[in-house]
Write a protein that binds this ligand. Structure first.
Ligand code: GTP
Ligand code: MG
Length: 466
């Protein structure tokens, strides 16, 4: 974005603190009239970045509240515009009275995310950082908050900038050779371009891996537990949640509705869904439960198919036959399981047949054996979940969104396509165009290239006052 291209002249105001009661509540103003509005309210001048204790008054000099006023003159403020914060008491009525007074004095109510949008448009932060602000506020785990903070500090942006610079350098080289054919640079034989394309591809891959981790941490993974009645599905939910959430009972058909619980395993957020056991039943409530289970499977990232290890011959079974049997069973309920990479067969109740816990992968599915009752094999099971998600705990990630991953995918595709143009077709013009496209996708991540629609979509999901 060009510097300060955005100045619609309007001053915006919003209650920046959360709805509800609190010790302190803040009304925030940004824009050219912020200072003059504040001056009317406190009947005094404000010095930059100095806290002033004052009354907040109406135009009839009636006292609405009292508190601290802070003034951050442009351009050294969050939005890059004049910003004033009025910190009063944290009650909804008093804050709304104060907000209404700022509107009377010429401000307008801010749209959700408009302060951050202005910060972005005035080049105070890039789009990754703006999104990270929303992610910090909405983070549901310590790991998510820390990852979002790393993105806000610019770790993710820096990597994209380096990548963009590398592409720029390569574009200059390629386009110069196109423009000055008399120099006769032979791209293929000099190896420089091919080497650079390979390096770019490797760098994108590394960033992609980190971004993928970041998006898992941000968005979580939905895991649905299905299986016959009595397999121990609700027992597994309870074990994962560390609490007696679901009713567990030897009677088959105990769970009839969907039960959900958000949990975390070593920083990986999981949304666990327990479902009604799959069986043919005349009972309408049970049938509805099975219909709901089906819907959840369609939305799930990972499906756990639970079965009773006591009833299965775990060591000698033919995995292909098992796979076919499970598929047939699910098909009889019109359920299509997800592909192998998101399907785990959980053999439960190994405490009864005294089997050892295990985890293995065969060409058809990932399989674990555990006891939801004693907890035996639980760690192996959680490891298999983390593996399946590609989650490496302890790695310092930055928060990322699916739109970032998609843009990285596109950028990589163009780099690989460029390689084909170079090596197979010796088509330097087409290579130059591919590099341009790759750069444009990277630009969409930081917001260097952005559309109004995209910005609208991103900032409208923010909370008011941010
Ligand atoms: N010994 C043993 N019993 C278990 C284990 N897991 C579950 N059970 C028992 O099996 C019975 C059924 O467990 P649930 O967790 O209710 O099974 P479910 O799959 O949710 O059953 P529905 O809700 O009816 O579909 C209960 O009596 C549990 O105590 C296990 O690992 N070992
Ligand atoms: Mg149950």
């Amino acid at each position: 974005m060009a510097n300060n291209t955005f100045m619609d002249g309007e001053t915006i105001a919003a209650i920046a603190t959360a709805a509800g009661k609190g010790g302190i509540g803040i009304v925030r103003l940004s824009g050219p009239k912020a200072m003059s509005i504040a001056k009317q309210l406190i009947q005094a001048d404000l010095s930059p970045r100095h806290a002033l204790f004052s009354s907040f008054l109406t135009s009839d000099l009636e006292k609405i509240d009292e508190g601290i006023a802070l003034y951050f003159p442009k351009p050294n403020s969050f939005t890059g515009e004049d910003v004033v914060e009025l910190q009063g008491h944290g009650g909804a009525v008093v804050l709304n009275l104060l907000l209404a007074e700022t509107i009377k004095l010429g401000a307008r109510i801010a749209r959700p995310g408009e302060f951050s949008e202005r910060a972005f448009l005035n080049d105070k932060i890039d789009l990754i950082q703006a999104e990270a602000i929303a992610d910090i506020i909405e983070s549901r785990s310590e790991t998510a908050a820390k990852s979002a903070m790393r993105s806000l500090s610019g770790e993710f942006s820096k990597k994209i900038h380096t990548l963009t610079e590398d592409i720029t350098k390569l574009r200059v080289y390629v386009e110069a050779a196109i423009d000055f054919p008399e120099e006769e640079v032979d791209f293929v034989s000099d190896g420089y371009v091919l080497n650079a394309l390979n390096n770019l591809n490797n760098s994108i891959e590394k960033i992609w891996q980190k971004a993928k981790q970041g998006s898992l941490i941000r968005d979580g993974v939905s895991v649905v537990i299905i299986g016959k009645p009595n397999a121990g599905k609700s027992s597994l939910l309870n074990l994962l949640a560390g609490d007696d959430l679901a009713i567990v009972n030897p009677r088959a058909g105990t769970t009839r509705d969907i039960l959900r619980e958000d949990i975390q395993i070593d920083g990986l957020p999981l949304r666990i869904v327990d479902t009604a056991g799959l069986r043919d039943s005349e009972d309408e409530v049970e049938q509805e439960g099975i219909r709901r289970a089906k819907k959840e499977i369609e939305k799930a990232d990972i499906v756990l198919f639970m079965r009773d290890a006591v009833l299965e011959n775990l060591t000698t079974e033919d995995k292909k036959q098992t796979f076919d049997k499970i598929h047939q069973e699910l098909a009889s309920f019109k359920i299509t399981p997800p592909d192998n990479s998101a399907f785990i067969v959980v053999n439960n109740k190994i405490d009864i047949n005294k089997a050892s816990p295990f985890i293995n992968s065969n060409p058809y599915f990932t399989e674990v054996a555990l006891s939801a009752k004693t907890g035996e094999g639980f760690n192996l099971f959680t490891d298999s979940l983390k593996n399946l998600c590609g989650f490496n705990e302890g790695e310092s990630n930055f928060v990322a969104r699916s739109r970032h991953i998609e843009a990285l995918d596109h950028a990589r595709d163009y780099i690989l396509q460029g390689k084909v143009q170079l090596v197979d077709n010796q088509a330097s013009e087409l290579l130059a165009e591919d590099l341009r496209q790759a750069q444009s996708y990277l630009g969409s991540i930081t917001g260097a290239v952005s559309s109004d629609d995209l910005l609208g979509e991103i900032f409208s999901s923010f909370c008011i006052g941010k």
